[in-house]
Design a protein around this ligand. Structure first.
Ligand code: CO
Length: 132
């Protein structure tokens, strides 16, 4: 399976404050807190993909630091893949810089890993594998 666009992550100060998506008619179908990443996450389906609103849960959260430095905005894009370990191994062997060399727990119980923005032409790229 080729990677598909799973979601676009948007850093927001407050999920409730991100009113434009509701005004567009999108609805939140799932909210969860990922403690290990210091974020509360809301998913808003858009066709086969989603928006993922990321609200920091503490000042130490990487998303809080992102907002402090760059303001609210697009934080990452996520590709869903069917074999995250094989992708990471291949990318690493090809010299791409990884933030997570092995998958960590993400939202929806998925296994996720981030590539360094230097590897993604300035874009933070997340890979996600659904756990069956
Ligand atoms: Co994400």
């Amino acid at each position: 399976m080729k990677p598909v666009l799973d979601h676009i992550g948007i850093a927001v100060r407050s999920i409730e404050g991100a009113a434009v998506y509701r005004a567009l008619g999108l609805t939140v179908d799932h909210v969860e807190t990922v403690e290990t990443q210091g974020v509360r996450i809301a998913f808003l389906p858009v066709g086969d993909s989603s928006l993922e609103l990321l609200e920091p849960t503490s000042a130490a959260s990487p998303v809080a630091k992102f907002i402090e430095k760059r303001g609210e905005g697009i934080h990452h894009i996520c590709f869903r893949v069917d074999d995250i370990d094989a992708h990471l191994e291949r990318l690493k062997a090809a010299g791409f810089r990884l933030i997570n060399e092995s998958p960590v727990p993400g939202a929806h119980g998925c296994r996720v890993a981030f590539l360094h923005p230097a590897a993604g032409n300035g874009v933070l790229i997340e890979l996600s594998e659904k756990v069956k």
